[in-house]
Design a protein around this ligand. Structure first.
Ligand code: URA
Length: 241
């Protein structure tokens, strides 16, 4: 496939276009063994060998994107009425078949992972792998010690479903809390808190695994994950019998 050199470098190394151009201008990039000086030349990803700092670059098979979902946007690929998380990113990834790996409610905000890697999405969502997800909630009734204990023991939802053990850590005011879940049931937090007559005012996802949504990533903004960041999601995966 023909592509621009700086685009290829930035996608392959998960760095910005500007940083890719810098590498070229620093003479750190070779194409078929020759140092190149211009970053807008076309290369053929199937036949040309591109190296940066001596390392051969390969074209990326899959892409992984961290989005800060704003309120009102739905976690779906397409929707008749609402803006979707894919609508927010798709112009930058025209040839990718992207979808959200997991859902946040329309009213919730924060970390949504978007990818075209079906196996990866399946793995991180599988209850077998226990990838923790961390949320900050604000609520309309205090989170008592009984609620903390009940979350730890496993809450039974109104429909009889028993949830896995989860952590809820109230802040001093008891109207804000951190919640860590190891499974993803529809409206899970709202339903778990609902059992105790606690209503959710706001719900924001801050982490998937140990990867934190950067505080300076504004609602609607997104970044591609580096390999190291991806590992922060998958290194939490383990299988419990
Ligand atoms: N639990 C909920 O109730 N809503 C979310 O968006 C995520 C977890």
């Amino acid at each position: 496939m023909q592509t621009r050199l700086d685009k290829f470098i930035s996608e392959s190394m998960a760095i910005s276009r500007a940083d890719a151009k810098k590498l070229v201008s620093k003479s750190a990039v070779t194409v078929n063994g020759t140092i190149v000086k211009k970053s807008d030349i076309k290369i053929d990803t199937d036949t040309d060998e591109v190296k940066a700092n001596g390392k051969t670059l390969t074209s990326e098979q899959f892409v992984y994107i961290m989005l800060n979902k704003p309120v009102g946007v739905v976690s779906a690929s397409t929707d008749k009425n609402d803006v979707t998380v894919i609508d927010l990113v798709k112009d930058d990834f025209p040839r990718r078949n992207l979808f959200p790996a997991g859902r946040l409610d329309k009213t919730s905000t924060g970390f949504v992972l978007i990818t075209d890697d079906g196996q990866f999405a399946h793995d991180i969502l599988s209850p077998k792998h226990h990838v923790p997800k961390t949320y900050i909630v604000t609520v309309d009734n205090p989170v008592t010690d009984e609620v903390v204990q009940a979350f730890e023991d496993g809450v039974t939802l109104a429909d009889g479903q028993l949830m896995k053990s989860a952590a809820i850590i109230p802040y001093e005011d008891r109207y804000t809390a951190k919640i860590i879940l190891h499974q993803g049931v529809y409206h899970q937090i709202k339903r778990m808190l609902g059992v105790f007559d606690i209503g959710v005012n706001t719900l924001h996802r801050t982490h998937i695994g140990s990867l934190e949504l950067p505080a300076d990533l504004q609602p609607g903004e997104y970044v591609k994950l580096t390999k190291e960041q991806l590992l922060q999601i998958t290194n939490n995966m383990f299988t419990k019998s």
